[in-house]
Write a protein of this length. Structure first.
Length: 312
């Protein structure tokens, strides 16, 4: 696979070993707030947009939804290296952009302004930039473009859609919240629920209690996160993971817990909401990112200022 049209290596940042690192690709619109610029692009075209970005190249872009997540990931790297200076199991962030390198100068300058540890900036002029994800070893892709996310998932890369929102930047450690079905786990029970209702889903779960659930689109990312977390004691870990699921703990919780145990994935806290809104518990956790496949849950998270990513 050819390299993207232009890959800018950030020499200010120590480059990671992509075969060992947890590589996360974010688009510029996920990490920075480019809504005004995007509107300009749609209304006036690429040339006007490029002119605007070049004229403002020294003006830092405002922070976007995934910004706090990237900062928290950096904190984890710092703690990992403090505990073991030769640690290779680190987060590696690359920015994937449909900008030309000329209009991308503002993006590089903004990252430097905020001290973001981004190792590579990939400027791709192709319509479908997701074709380059696998060649960079990307394990998670965050984008503000729905087509991008669907293309990435089709290519077998964990991906989620970021919605632009005002975010209250939470403090460290890195806190990641996963929904269960169709995110961490496969959507098999969801499908039974659609066809046979709650009673059918509960019966299915009870019958299948001893059989681990299939893998969901974010399982690989969660497992890598879990592996990093195991390098620390629970009290000292710079990573905290949560399961917040619509399942009821009494009828459908056992299989979820057994599946996590079978996978060897230790989750810090699990909340079985039994269909109740997730917003209040998310407001309590204050995660840096919340992954869910239900748009109503994403909306509830946004209402309490929680950075959310939709897994279609």
């Amino acid at each position: 696979m050819a390299e993207p049209e232009s890959t800018v290596i950030n020499t200010n940042v120590k480059q990671k070993d992509p075969s060992k690192a947890l590589v996360i690709a974010v688009t510029t619109r996920a990490i920075f707030n480019l809504e005004e610029e995007h509107k300009l692009y749609l209304e006036k075209g690429k040339e006007e947009y490029t002119r605007h970005q070049q004229a403002n190249q020294d003006k830092p872009l405002p922070q976007g939804t995934a910004f706090a997540f990237i900062q928290a990931v950096q904190y984890v790297n710092k703690k990992m290296l403090e505990s073991n200076p030769s640690e290779k199991d680190l987060f590696d962030i690359l920015v994937l952009s449909n900008n030309s390198p000329e209009s991308g100068v503002r993006i590089i300058n903004s990252a430097k302004h905020y001290g973001l540890e981004i190792s590579k900036f990939c400027f791709v002029s192709d319509e479908d930039s997701t074709q380059y994800l696998k060649s960079h070893g990307v394990k998670l892709f965050l984008s503000a473009d729905r087509t991008d996310v669907c293309n990435a998932l089709r290519r077998g890369v964990s991906a989620a859609l970021i919605f632009q929102q005002e975010v209250r930047a939470p403090s460290t450690p890195l806190r990641v919240v996963f929904d269960g079905d169709a995110v961490l786990f496969s959507d098999e029970t969801d499908q039974i629920f659609q066809k046979q209702g709650l009673e059918g889903a509960v019966q299915y779960e009870q019958a299948m209690e001893a059989v681990p659930m299939g893998e969901g689109p974010l399982k690989a990312f969660a497992m890598h996160l879990g592996k990093m977390r195991q390098k620390f004691s629970q009290e000292k870990s710079p990573i905290r993971t949560y399961l917040v699921t619509a399942r009821s703990g009494r009828d459908m919780g056992i299989r979820a817990i057994k599946t996590l145990r079978e996978w060897g994935l230790a989750i810090d806290e699990a909340f079985f909401m039994d269909g109740a809104p997730k917003g209040p518990i998310l407001a309590q956790i204050q995660p840096h990112i919340f992954f869910d496949d239900g748009l109503h849950n994403i909306q509830g998270a946004q209402n309490v200022g929680v950075p959310s990513a939709w897994v279609p």
